[in-house]
Design a protein around this ligand. Structure first.
Ligand code: PEP
Ligand code: MN
Length: 337
């Protein structure tokens, strides 16, 4: 339920509403708008709660939250959430670009990429140190060494570091080096992991599971929000369909759909979304045109030699061109990039 307070309702009246909500074992969440204050009551429906709240002083009206996700819903918060860390701004008219290799492979590789990414105008550096690989025989990432190299690249460029965590036990370690914790597609429904990153002070980039519906995706984000971390970035990275001309199918209608249903910012990953380097730049442009708040793109100085996902990685020249093209579209849409 959302309790909409009357204009100018004093703090005591708001506190009284919170007290009632919490006495039913529900969580309260106060959102101060420019004109009105609303208090969201989150949890299982309680008989009689709506009626009891409606008669409290200072209450304008009580409306149910229809979406299954509550804190993520635009019903609770209309103004877009902007996630900002170092120079990376995602949301609210800012198009944040996160780019880099699939995996951190060596000091030379990540430093070279970081400088290219920075010069081309991206604000975030991606690179996996803990890699979720389909085969246990594939390269699994440099682990802590990879994190150290990412931190060195941050030191050299000022880019915000976005890197994946696969297990709760890795959070402390990864948080010492990263600016944004990435929860990968395979872990979108790993609820203990979602709750663990919900306790982190770092923003979380949550990738859509390849078979997750929009409601499942938003409910996964809800776990993080509910645990106490409001800085969640959603990432559409493609879903599995019958189609096999691309690695995944990249459904860009999810961008405007998500913008209608959630205040959280939406980033698109056209690299995993297509799995083909030749398709990445066009889909990045399409994502910007669809209103994405950011892009996550794989780029490698030498894609043929990459230890993971080389076939979907842009070359430095390809990346620069993609950035120039996306910038033109962003300008038309009055997005800062
Ligand atoms: C990645 O970003 O390299 C990655 C593994 O992505 P996803 O979780 O979307 O497969
Ligand atoms: Mn990858």
């Amino acid at each position: 339920m959302i309790v909409v307070m009357k204009e100018g309702a004093p703090k005591e009246q708001i506190d009284q509403v919170i007290e009632h909500i919490e006495q039913w074992g529900l969580r309260s969440h106060v959102i101060e708008g420019t004109e009105l204050t609303v208090v969201a009551a989150i949890g299982e429906k309680r008989d009689g709660a709506k009626e009891a709240l409606e008669i409290l002083e200072g209450v304008e009206k009580v409306v149910p939250i229809l979406a299954p996700y509550k804190m993520a819903s635009t019903e609770v918060k209309k103004d877009p959430t902007v996630v900002e860390v170092r120079g990376l701004r995602i949301g609210g008219g800012h198009l944040g670009v996160i780019a880099g290799p699939c995996s951190v492979e060596s000091r030379e590789q990540i430093l070279e990429v970081a400088h290219i990414v920075k010069e081309a105008g991206a604000a975030g550096l991606r690179g996996g140190a803990f890699k979720p690989r389909t085969s246990p025989y594939s390269f699994q990432g440099l682990k802590e060494k990879g994190l150290e190299l990412l931190a060195e690249a941050r030191e050299a460029t000022g880019l915000a570091i976005v890197t994946e965590i696969m297990a709760k036990e890795q959070i402390d370690l990864v948080s010492r080096y990263a600016d944004v914790l990435q929860v990968g597609a395979r872990n979108m429904q790993n609820y203990p992991l979602l709750e663990a990153v919900g306790e982190s002070p770092l923003p979380v980039l949550l990738k859509r599971g390849p078979s997750a519906t929009m409601d499942e995706f938003l409910l996964a984000a809800e776990y993080i929000l509910k645990t106490g971390n409001p800085r969640v970035i959603l990432c559409e990275r493609g879903i599995r369909t019958f189609e096999d001309h691309t690695r995944f199918t990249l459904p860009l209608a999810s961008v405007p759909y998500l913008h209608q249903h959630t205040h959280l910012p939406v980033v698109v990953d056209p690299s995993h979304g297509t799995g083909k380097a030749s398709l990445v730049a066009t889909m990045a442009r399409a994502a910007v045109a669809a209103g994405a708040d950011g892009l996550m793109v794989e780029m490698h100085p030498n894609p043929d030699k990459a230890l993971s996902d080389g076939y979907q990685s842009l070359t430095p020249a390809g990346f620069r061109q993609m950035m120039a093209e996306c910038r033109k579209i962003a300008r038309v849409l009055e997005m800062r990039m």
